[in-house]
Structure formats: structure tokens, C-alpha cells
Design a protein around this ligand. Structure first.
Ligand code: IPE
Ligand code: IPE
Ligand code: MG
Length: 231
């Protein structure tokens, strides 16, 4: 089975910049630019959904100047990418507590989300002010408000309250820059995703690195708790 949905923790912008004597902002700028490249490569490899972790609920703890740069980059990235997304039939989505974002970022995002809503070749899903625990809490609060039934809850029904119930669970999750942790990403959806960690920093993660990851995925035996099917 090929990778239909790929999730990526885009980590290492700061270290990438530090090693080059640049500022963290320079690193984030390079990281934002790299998203377009990886979208292109993912499309070429036949992937249908790409979810990228751009800003976590915990990243608000960072210095105000860094947060400001990241919020500005969201606006810039979204505006710059829009013509390309239209040309390539790419739909933009977001997951997370996006109402926490400043108005300039939200406005640019909403414009691109609306403009690309009917595109169906590929979905770029950006996790912004996203936390896996926040998503589950938001889902439960929504459910407490809306649910009429008193039948026992099932996984399928619970899923409908998550941010993007229509997007299938990721087949693979890649984290760049070597950290072996989930950092509050897609806690529900990653339950059976294949994990892949590369030491490469996000701004350097390109088509070749993605090809390596996909090749590695192809050799995995996904058992989902069952037994390997005899060939
Ligand atoms: C990832 O790069 C981008 C965000 C979390 C917004 P980092 O900024 O975490 O880079 P490192 O981990 O400090 O190198
Ligand atoms: C995870 O990276 C969040 C994003 C890439 C957006 P962090 O750099 O924030 O994660 P930790 O702090 O190393 O766990
Ligand atoms: Mg980091």
C-alpha cells in the first residue's frame, strides 16, 4: 500500500540557522520556503494528503519576536503559494486552534482556503496552533454540546468531532532533525502510522530525502496488531 497521507513534523529550522550563523527567523524563512518544494515532491510521488506541523499550542511559549515572525511567515507563505496551489489543483486546509492566530494570518489563510476549496488533486493540511490534546478536548467539548444520542460512543463517531474527520489517518509520520518524540502532534490519528525520523533539518529536507523515507516505508510490515499475511 502506498503512502496516501503523509504527516511531517517540520523541525530544526533554528538549528539549521544556527549552524550557518544566521538568525532563527532566517531558519523559519528557509523552512517556510521548503514547504512548496516538499508539496511538489509529494505530488510527484502520488501522495494525496500532506499534513505539516507548523506551529504547536506549546510554541506560543517562544519569545514574542519569534512568534511574530512565524505569524508573518504564515501570511506570506499562504499569499505566495496561492497561485501555485490553484495551478496544481491543491486544496489548502488547516487544523488547530486557528482562531488564536492574528487577524493578518487568518485573513490570508481564509482567502486561500476559500479559493482552493474545490481543488481535489492534493490536500495540503497545515497544523497551526495545533495540539493533539487540544484537538481531543475541542472534540469532546463539541460533542458535549451537540450530541443528542445516549448510545455508547464509538471510535467512528468520536472521529467526526475531530478537526478533519474526512482526512484518512497518516500512513507515515516523518520528523526531521532527529528528535524522537511526537511533541503533541496528531495523537489520535498517529495510532498506527509508521514513524520515520531523519537527522536532516527541515530546510534541507527535499525530494531525495522524501524518496528515501518512502523507500523505507515500502519495506515496513504493517500488521495493525494482526499477523503478516502469507505471500
Ligand atoms: C521548527 O523548527 C519550527 C517550529 C517549531 C515553529 P524549530 O524552531 O523548532 O527549530 P529547532 O528545533 O530550534 O532547531
Ligand atoms: C514541534 O517542534 C512543533 C513544530 C514543528 C511545529 P518543537 O521544536 O516545538 O518541539 P519540541 O519542543 O522539540 O518537542
Ligand atoms: Mg524544534
Amino acid at each position: 500500500m502506498p503512502v496516501q497521507h503523509l504527516a511531517i513534523i517540520m523541525d530544526g529550522n533554528g538549528r539549521w540557522a544556527q549552524e550557518r550563523g544566521l538568525t532563527r527567523s532566517d531558519g523559519h524563512r528557509a523552512g517556510a520556503k521548503n514547504i512548496a518544494k516538499v508539496v511538489e515532491a509529494a505530488r510527484e510521488f502520488g501522495i494525496k494528503y500532506l499534513t505539516v506541523y507548523a506551529f504547536s499550542t506549546e510554541n506560543w511559549k517562544r519569545p514574542a519576536d519569534e512568534v511574530r515572525v512565524l505569524m508573518e511567515l504564515i501570511r506570506e507563505f499562504t499569499t505566495d503559494m496561492l497561485p501555485e496551489m490553484m495551478k496544481n489543483n491543491v486544496r489548502l486546509r488547516t487544523i488547530g486552534r486557528t482562531s488564536d492566530l492574528p487577524l493578518i494570518s487568518r485573513t490570508a489563510l481564509q482567502k486561500a482556503i476559500d479559493a482552493t476549496a474545490k481543488n481535489d488533486g492534493f490536500t495540503l493540511n497545515i497544523a497551526l496552533s495545533y495540539g493533539g490534546r487540544a484537538e481531543m478536548i475541542d472534540a469532546m467539548n463539541k460533542m458535549l454540546k451537540e450530541r443528542k444520542s445516549d448510545e455508547p460512543l464509538t471510535e467512528e463517531e468520536f472521529r467526526n468531532y475531530l478537526y478533519a474527520p474526512d482526512i484518512p489517518d497518516p500512513d507515515m509520520m516523518i520528523r526531521t532533525s532527529g528528535e524522537m518524540r511526537i511533541s503533541n502532534f496528531l495523537l489520535w490519528q498517529l495510532s498506527y502510522s509508521e514513524l520515520y525520523v531523519t537527522p536532516v533539518y527541515w530546510p534541507d529536507f527535499g525530494k531525495e530525502e522524501l524518496a528515501k523515507a518512502l523507500e523505507n516505508f515500502a519495506s515496513r510490515d504493517r500488521r495493525f496488531g494482526g499477523l503478516t499475511k502469507k505471500k
